[in-house]
Write a protein that binds this ligand. Structure first.
Ligand code: GLU
Length: 499
């Protein structure tokens, strides 16, 4: 059995976004490749920033993306859209699985307290009673001297008796006593050796005055107790890793292997944010990106197959995954590339699948399955996202008001336009219903148009759609059906009579 156990440890402070999915994908691919375990733990120690729907949203996003969770927080009985629920109610509906639970940090407070007590007993941790104002002054003092701000350890100078009596009367935090000399180093799987002088480290708070652990402490205790072998996480955590390593050392535990992933940047090299368009997975889903497209896109954001292949399914990604191929340079979010993947994967769908997937987007317009399938056939090559199914097809449901001028092709006299419309009307009326297929329509109408495509096909298309821009006249006629097409062409003819 593989000993590889990886995890994602999202904090439920917002919607699951592209960066979170990328971290999840990296962990997932590594776990699958090594036949290990992919675990989800919820890090909700910051009680002030909780967003109730964050956990169901994260689980829905992972499920949608096809990343199966083996252990930890694996499912939620409630729907993400039920916004009436508060965080406690949502937590009650979370399904957890595995032998190392609970997998939600707010349910593990007793465990952290026990481990913090151990460090306190060993005098590796110490209580600190300093208030915000004092700490603020301290910061300013350091900065004034041109030094990096640090805790000055004033509470470490208190006598045992004083500490004891103040601990029962005053709120306090626990801090880890970090070494003042030497170096802390680790070999990052992606970036190689990283080293920091211990004297630059502040004594990190490990337990807060509200009885909750800090992220730094809880992450170490949990990764150890949950036997996590490798940690792939965002590069924003690199500077925290030495603190984590010192906590591992304080307990005498072996740390996991770390790999810090680059962040995704926007096209201008800045931090990717809402201003750059969609970032939450819920948003991408709602627009109708297929999970295959998003997965392929983000996989290539952080990883390089070292050849020019671009298309990878999830199972191919597992086969190809290699930590040596993870990029050190931060990738940029390229919407055009994402759209390219979107179009490619929609193009791969059968008409049945595409109609099924697109139906919700057409809900307001029709529930006629035959029509939905026809629309899917006409639109497939134009779509990047499922939402594109509705683009330029509102004419099918209602002929918009249009001006008769629109029927005129360049400088063709209106009389000719009218005659051409009449000829196409005859062609369409003569087609037997059983022969009213897209290919037949195209063949017959192209034959009659001959050399004069513009003056035949333009007015026909406008007559059918009432619009400057629409699918081809054959597609319009096919979508509308014979009788409605006849009705609309007759109407156009009568419009020209009124010239
Ligand atoms: N809770 C952290 C976050 O939300 C997890 C960091 C880690 O993976 O250690 O990103």
């Amino acid at each position: 059995m593989s000993t590889v156990r990886v995890r994602i440890a999202p904090s439920p402070t917002g919607l699951f976004h592209l960066g979170s999915l990328r971290t999840a994908l990296t962990n997932y691919l590594f776990a699958r490749k090594e036949k290990g375990v992919f675990l989800v733990r919820v890090e909700d120690t910051d009680q002030n920033r909780l967003v109730p729907e964050a956990i169901p949203d994260m689980l829905a996003s992972l499920k949608w993306a096809g990343l199966e969770i083996n252990e930890g927080v694996i499912d939620c009985r409630k729907n993400v859209n039920d916004s009436s629920l508060n965080y406690t109610e949502i937590k009650k509906n979370i399904i957890q699985k595995g032998n190392f639970g609970p997998y939600i940090q707010s349910e593990r407070l007793e465990i952290y307290r026990r481990y913090a007590d151990e460090l306190l007993r060993k005098k590796i941790a110490y209580p600190c009673f300093c208030r915000c104002e004092e700490l603020d002054k301290m910061r300013k003092r350091f900065l004034k001297k041109g030094l990096p701000p640090k805790y000055d350890r004033s509470c470490l100078k208190l006598s045992d008796a004083e500490v004891k009596s103040r601990m029962v009367k005053e709120p306090f935090v626990l801090r880890l006593k970090t070494p003042l000399s030497g170096k802390t180093s680790f070999v990052d799987l992606i970036r190689g050796k990283i080293e920091i002088e211990n004297e630059l480290l502040d004594d990190p708070i490990i337990m807060k005055s509200d009885g909750f652990p800090t992220y730094h402490f809880a992450v170490v205790v949990d990764d150890h107790l949950m036997k996590i072998s490798h940690v792939f996480r965002g590069e924003e955590w690199i500077s925290s890793t030495p603190k984590h390593l010192l906590i591992y050392k304080a307990f005498g535990w072996k740390p996991p292997v770390f790999g810090h992933l680059t962040n995704i940047l926007n096209m201008h090299g800045g931090k990717l944010s809402k201003r750059d368009g969609s970032v939450s997975i819920a948003d991408f889903r709602q627009k109708g990106f297929l999970p295959e497209a998003i997965i392929n896109f983000i996989a290539l954001l952080g990883w390089n197959p070292k050849d020019n292949r671009e298309l990878f399914s999830l199972s191919e990604l597992i086969k190809e995954f290699d930590t040596k191929k993870l990029n050190k340079a931060a990738p940029r979010f390229d919407q055009q590339r994402l759209d390219w993947f979107g179009k490619y994967y929609l193009g791969q769908k059968s008409l049945e699948e595409l109609s099924f997937l697109s139906a919700p987007y057409l809900q307001k317009l029709t529930d006629d399955q035959t029509l939905i399938k026809k629309i899917a056939q006409v639109q497939q090559s134009r779509m990047h996202v499922l939402g594109d199914i509705t683009q330029d097809i509102d004419f099918v449901f209602k002929l918009p008001n249009y001006s008769s001028d629109l029927l005129i092709w360049k400088d063709t006299p209106s009389q000719i336009i009218k005659e051409n419309l009449r000829s196409t009307l005859k062609i369409i009326s003569d087609i037997k219903l059983s022969d009213f297929s897209l290919s037949n329509l195209e063949k017959l109408l192209m034959t009659i148009a001959g050399e004069n495509r513009g003056s035949f096909l333009w007015p026909l298309r406008v007559a059918l759609s009432g619009k400057q821009k629409s699918p081809s006249p054959f597609e319009c006629a096919w979508l509308l059906g014979r009788d409605e097409s006849i009705r609309r062409i007759e109407k156009a003819v009568s419009k020209i009579s009124n010239f």
